[in-house]
Design a protein around this ligand. Structure first.
Ligand code: APR
Ligand code: PHB
Length: 389
């Protein structure tokens, strides 16, 4: 089999890239290790930056998002019983869209079906060959048979545990990592959100986040120990802990109900440099991870896809390679800024096990400064709505 761009991974990065390429008549094949149902069963964050909204439009997949998503002009930040609002719209002229990553992925799969593009599911043993040549190929096994796709380029969109990053020789790769000493225990419940905007809550019992998917579906998180397990938490225990961490007027109006999902996610910052090797390009979680505070994971994947798409579109239209040659540098420049914001927001809002009294006062002073200083709020808002591509 032959295609122009072999895409490894059918998560949001791979699917979005495929749809954008399709608008320029560039064909691709997506190889996905899991079934479609499995991919669509994952629960991830749901805050979309304006850059991703524009990309969804460009890819022709924005209709349902425009109809069903919720525009958020600001967010709430609380510490103990105090709460203030950062007004994104007033400070930056932009807003964000609350629309679940699962829904983004579903819309992309449906668009792929409509445009007749190939997605091969349940593939195993994906191996990238000759990435550092002009004629790379990808082999894989499906239903016990080994197949090979020859291509012009390989897009490694296969997440943190994929094969693409590992294909770059270890001596050419530099990896940067920070593991945080806590996790997020999250639940999904069919209850109305406690507030129409998100609440990022700092408290002496640890961080909490009140988020949502829609008017009848809420997503809540509490910071927990890494050694903890969801089985240790009854729904009642979760709600009680959440209420202790958010302002009492919010706790009083919180509507609780049975959880329909409960899980713990660790927090990690990770970046691989460079994000390419020859004709292999990494996008999204394959190259970097952010802690979820600020919801930059999907959004940073989207900016990678934008830069790669631009480079590939230029190559297929003109034969010029400036765009693909500059891909890693352009993508990383923005990735590091998203890493910085996610690290800053995580460091500001969580309780750290080895935190001294001084460290705690520094956090409190910084939150107080953010509350009272418009420039600080604008810097936060600019990062939250998404730095320009
Ligand atoms: N072969 C084929 N597919 C693979 C392989 C492999 N060896 N390894 C992993 N995959 C698939 C996974 O099953 C997954 O569906 O690659 C896909 C990668 O998808 P994601 O992990 O969702 O990563 P990405 O598409 O970059 O999405 C960006 O934003 O909010 C964040 O972490 C969140 O998923 C999110 C990300
Ligand atoms: C979520 O809704 O899951 C979510 C929202 C915002 C974040 C992280 C997660 O910063």
């Amino acid at each position: 089999m032959r295609t122009q761009v072999a895409i490894i991974g059918g998560g949001p990065s791979g699917l979005l890239l495929a749809q954008l390429l399709q608008t320029k008549g560039v064909d691709s094949v997506i190889l996905e290790r899991q079934s479609r149902a499995h991919v669509l069963g994952r629960i991830r964050a749901g805050v979309l930056e304006r850059g991703l909204l524009d990309l969804m439009q460009e890819a022709g997949v924005a209709d349902r998002m425009q109809a069903e998503g919720f525009t958020h002009d600001g967010t709430l930040i609380s510490y103990g019983d105090e709460m203030f609002r950062v007004d994104f719209k007033a400070l930056t002229g932009h807003a964000v869209m609350v629309y679940g990553q699962t829904e983004v992925t579903r819309d992309l799969y449906e668009a792929r079906d409509r445009t007749g593009g190939e997605v091969i599911h349940n593939v195993q043993d994906v191996t990238i060959h000759d990435a550092n040549s002009d004629s790379p190929s990808v082999s894989y096994t499906v239903n016990g048979q080994t197949q090979t796709i020859s291509c012009d380029f390989v897009a490694g969109c296969d997440g943190f545990h994929g094969v693409s990053r590992q294909t770059i020789p270890a001596d050419l790769r530099r990896e940067f990592e920070k593991v945080y000493p806590f996790g997020w225990l999250g639940i999904l419940s069919e209850t109305p959100p406690v507030n129409h905007e998100l609440i990022y809550a700092s408290s002496d019992r640890g961080f909490a986040l009140c988020s949502m998917r829609n008017a009848g579906l809420s997503r809540y998180y509490v910071q927990c120990d890494l050694s903890d397990s969801p089985e240790n938490w009854t729904d009642d225990a979760f709600w009680a802990e959440l209420k202790r961490r958010i302002p009492s007027d919010q706790a009083a109006k919180l509507i609780t109900g049975p959880s329909i999902e409960k899980s713990i996610a660790p927090l990690r910052s990770f970046v691989c440099e460079p994000m390419c090797w020859g004709r292999l390009f990494l996008c999204g979680d394959a190259a970097h991870i952010v802690p979820p505070t600020g919801a930059k994971g999907l959004n940073t994947a989207a900016s990678d896809v934008h830069y790669l798409f631009e480079g590939l579109a230029q190559f297929y239209a003109t034969g010029k390679t400036q765009g693909i040659d500059a891909y890693s540098e352009r993508a990383l420049a923005r990735v590091w800024k998203a890493e910085r914001f996610s690290w800053w927001f995580s460091s500001l809002m969580h309780q750290f096990p080895d935190q001294s009294g001084f460290d705690l006062r520094m956090q409190q002073a910084e939150i107080a400064f953010l509350r009272s200083n418009e420039s600080a709020q604008r810097a936060m808002a600019e990062n939250y709505v998404g730095l320009p591509y």
